[in-house]
Write a protein that binds this ligand. Structure first.
Ligand code: MN
Length: 422
């Protein structure tokens, strides 16, 4: 077991009941406090810890790292050091903030590295090079197939053989809390008329999780399913905003384009694969048997509870979806093995989206498209208004956490409001 995951550990920093951030989590993010430059930090309870300052003052030293690795706008220089190094760093942070460490708990220069979450601005944690989005939930792919094609043949013939994906766009990946304008483009509201240029009428969210990679292998080399997790730094919540009416008209034959690249929101904290390790679970059985390079051993998925809340302007939040990352048919190791099987190289800071994560019951569907079943089953909000898609002024908030009898490891939230079209 990874020592920093020991469930009996506690911190001398107080952790509120039900917090996503006990000492067993120690996620990584980038923040700014008043008047300061960007800093790499971690979080315990409601305190953000300035790792750069811990190094600067000599309170923390970890083989392979220096202060400048943490005086950065992004986590990339830290992630460049690889899995073993970031594992040592997380362990050193655990040792420093453990209740067992009575020296640290009374050292003034360490207390000076702690900031209340309310006093800092969280920043985009990763400089994302490439962004790839998969389509790995069988329930989601089936629902979409039933709605748009043929209920009898809902899954396309390749779906059970290939972790289907497409290359997205990294420039419009944004941090939680940044609001977005309703996108405009070509839509075709009447099948018998030509398309029109208008604001999208079918803005939707996609409940996803993302994973962030370390440096992969050289161009031409492949990463096996056995090796894959050594190349994954951690995970975040991911809302892959979509405009269904733009998507429906444009996606043939090359797939999503402007329907998907106007914004994708990620959560502030990247939770390491090490912290998630106690929550590893088996993935659903795959039938037909997958090709050799997609075979894997052991528990390759994670039991991560997910929920989506919708808050209309001037109303209260309604939880409209409960799902779980473990429902995914294709796991991250298979996605990475498939992504590199042709020799495609992944790089430090790439983002891979899971695809919309739907479960088997109607309250577990991970998009409005499915929840309101193509507009035929509108959802009723707390203020009595109905929703088929996302309206101007609506805020969508996604949350995720792992929980066992001893520990809760959470991701916080990813949220954004849809503003009127520009
Ligand atoms: Mn997506």
């Amino acid at each position: 077991m990874i020592a920093a995951n020991n469930p009996i550990l506690s911190s001398w920093i107080s952790v509120p009941e039900g917090s996503d951030f006990p000492i067993q989590n120690l996620p990584f993010g980038v923040f700014k406090s008043k008047g300061s430059e960007h800093r790499v930090g971690t979080r315990i309870g409601d305190m953000v810890i300035d790792i750069a300052q811990l190094f600067e003052t000599g309170q923390l030293s970890v083989d392979g790292f220096s202060t400048s690795d943490f005086q950065q706008e992004y986590l990339n220089p830290m992630m460049k050091k690889g899995k073993e190094a970031t594992r040592r760093l997380r362990q050193a942070l655990s040792d420093l903030f453990s209740s067992e460490n009575s020296v640290a708990s009374t050292t003034e220069s360490i207390h000076k590295t702690l900031f209340s979450v309310h006093d800092v601005d969280m920043c985009m944690p990763v400089q994302i090079g490439d962004y790839t989005d998969f389509y790995s939930s069988k329930e989601h792919a089936t629902n979409v197939g039933i709605m748009f094609r043929d209920p009898a043949n809902a899954l396309l013939p390749n779906w059970l053989w290939i972790p289907v994906g497409y290359h997205g766009r990294s420039s419009s990946v944004i941090i939680s809390g940044q609001d977005i304008h309703r996108p405009k483009g070509q839509i075709k509201p009447d099948d018998n008329e030509p398309p029109i240029y208008a604001a999208s009428r079918q803005v939707d969210f996609e409940l996803e999780m993302g994973f962030i990679t370390y440096d992969g292998k050289a161009l031409g080399d492949s990463i096996s399913t056995d090796e894959a997790e050594d190349y994954i730094f951690g995970m975040c919540l991911f809302n892959d905003w979509s405009a269904r009416d733009i998507q429906k008209w444009e996606y043939v034959p090359l797939g999503p384009f402007l329907a998907k690249n106007f914004a994708s929101s990620i959560s502030c904290w990247i939770v390491t694969m090490d912290a998630l390790q106690p929550f590893a679970v088996h993935t659903p059985e795959q039938d037909p048997a997958v090709l050799s390079y997609l075979k894997f051993e052991g528990k390759k998925s994670y039991d991560i509870h997910l929920q989506v809340g919708l808050t209309p302007e001037n109303s209260t939040e309604k939880i409209i979806c409960h799902s779980n990352f473990k429902y995914m048919y294709w796991n991250m190791s298979q996605q990475l093995a498939h992504h590199t099987v042709n020799g495609c190289n992944v790089r430090c800071g790439d983002l891979m989206g899971s695809g919309t994560i739907s479960g088997s019951t109607p309250d577990s569907f991970g998009s409005m498209l499915e929840l309101a079943w193509k507009g035929t089953k509108p959802l009723t909000m707390n203020d009595g208004t109905e929703r088929r898609f996302i309206q101007d002024g609506d805020t969508v908030t996604m949350r995720g956490y792992c929980q066992n009898e001893q520990v809760r490891i959470g991701f916080g939230e990813v949220k954004a409001k849809i503003l009127p079209a520009k």
